[in-house]
Ligand binder design. Structure first.
Ligand code: AMP
Ligand code: GLY
Length: 430
């Protein structure tokens, strides 16, 4: 079988690594890939947004399965267009990917399906949103525990968690007037700020059968102790003890099953990865958001633990026969991924720094270094993004895996490299 993976992040490196390990697969291509995917597969210089070129490549090379990693091409209809050209593709249609592409669509669907989520209001105009806050909180020094979100895609950054009235009004201004997140800010949501621990529960579904993967926990804020601005995710581990078996059944029955049904009823049947970002509140699990793809970095620790052939699962999903395969096997050993980032991320950062120590890190047992924002120039690996590497390790325990991952982090250097030092500590505390 020949497989084409679309994307260039840590998730796509992990997918390439796992898919290349399948005995059924003869060739793996990644478009456009990074310096890490080049070690597992053949990189193809086609952007994830260049649909005509991707379709042409898949036809010319007789690709048997295309796996689409990131959200933007899914929302733009890449899977629909590949299928229309007769090419099997893993991932939701554009109509189904709207669950991630529009937070307003997602909230309204959750509301209709009676799925627990934060109370919310949607606005088209910044003035109306500001008036709403001012009417609700007339005191200028009021504590205002809300979250302001741009409707559309913003690489995890269009979400602003607020505590004060000033912060809320400022967030509305940034999204609606300054348009910091561009078109994504055409509509905005103000929602109740929930309190609790976060968990990522990913499920693979063909629209009928739902296969839930072990729960993971991401670390969205940039700095230790969950301080600082939101990022795409600074690290993750799996499984998280925050979601025990009883909690998982509740998440399946109260959240995943009703959402898959609601999508079917809305004539947007969902096929692919349904990723529930959850807050585990005192009143039970509530949905923060849905993503329609593997999480990055959750994908890295998840795939480190998967013992079954990923290609069997992806293919069965694509062909609507997920009920016919054996349930996947998972290693008992927990895993963790620590993201190493460029100086300045999630704000502006420079690229092109030489990364050293990759071989020493990779030589450590139970460690796999997944590349995210990297590129290969003259045999040197250079930084090429905000999130640069995902150092992933397994161990006999979460703390054992953590130790290994940070041991590998120490080997890797470039000017300005940094990472959170507390990935997985929330598990150890719980
Ligand atoms: P989202 O992209 O919607 O998942 O939001 C990104 C991050 O913002 C989440 O992972 C949470 O840390 C935080 N967040 C989003 N919505 C809420 C909420 N209603 N209450 C508290 N935190 C939230
Ligand atoms: N790790 C969060 C995301 O993939 O959106």
């Amino acid at each position: 079988m020949k497989v084409l993976i679309v994307g260039s992040g840590g998730r796509e490196h992990a997918l390439a690594w796992k898919i290349a390990a399948s005995p059924r697969v003869s060739e793996v291509f990644v478009a456009p890939g990074n310096a890490g995917t080049a070690l597992e597969a053949t990189n193809v210089a086609i952007a994830a947004t260049d649909q005509p070129a991707l379709i042409r490549f898949a036809q010319q090379h007789q690709i048997d399965l295309v796996v689409v990693g990131p959200e933007a091409p899914l929302v733009a209809g890449l899977v629909d267009n590949l299928q229309a050209a007769g090419i099997a593709a893993f991932g939701p249609s554009a109509a189904a990917a709207e669950l991630e592409g529009s937070k307003v669509f997602c909230k309204n669907l959750l509301h209709t399906a009676n799925v627990p989520t934060a109370a919310y209001q949607t606005f088209r105009r910044g003035e109306d949103a500001a008036r709403y806050i001012k009417d609700l909180y007339p005191e200028s020094d009021a504590s205002v525990p809300v979250v302001v979100k741009a409707d559309g895609l913003a690489s995890g950054k269009g979400v602003i968690v607020c505590s004060t009235r000033r912060e809320a009004l400022d967030a509305i201004d940034r999204i609606a007037s300054k348009r910091e997140f561009g078109e994504a800010g055409k509509e905005l949501i103000i929602e109740e700020r929930l309190i609790g621990q976060e968990a990522s529960v990913l499920a693979i579904t063909d629209g009928a059968t739902i296969l839930t993967l072990p729960a993971a926990q991401d670390h969205k804020p940039a700095y230790d102790g969950d301080q600082g601005p939101n990022t795409g995710g600074m690290g993750a581990y799996c499984p998280t003890p925050l979601v025990d078996e009883a909690m998982m059944s509740r998440i399946e029955s109260d959240i995943l099953v009703p959402v898959v049904h609601a999508m079917k009823r809305a004539r947007r049947p969902f096929r692919g990865v349904l990723y529930a970002g959850l807050m585990l509140t005192a009143a039970g699990p509530k949905v923060l958001e849905f993503n329609t793809r593997f999480g990055d970095p959750e994908c890295q620790p998840l795939l480190m633990r998967l013992e079954s052939d990923l290609v069997d699962i992806l293919e069965a999903t694509t062909h609507g026969r997920l009920d016919q395969i054996d349930p996947p096997r998972w290693s008992e050993r927990p895993s963790i991924c620590v993201v190493m980032a460029s100086e300045g991320y999630p704000g502006d950062y420079e690229t092109g720094r030489v990364i050293t120590g990759l071989d020493r890190a990779a030589a450590i047992e139970d460690v796999k270094v997944f590349h995210a924002g990297t590129r290969l120039v003259d045999q040197q690996v250079l930084t090429d993004g905000g999130r640069v590497l995902g150092i992933t390790a397994t161990g006999n325990s979460i703390s054992g895996a953590k130790l290994k991952a940070y041991q590998a982090v120490k080997e890797i250097r470039w000017p300005g490299a940094w990472c959170r030092k507390d990935i997985s500590d929330k598990a150890l505390r719980s």
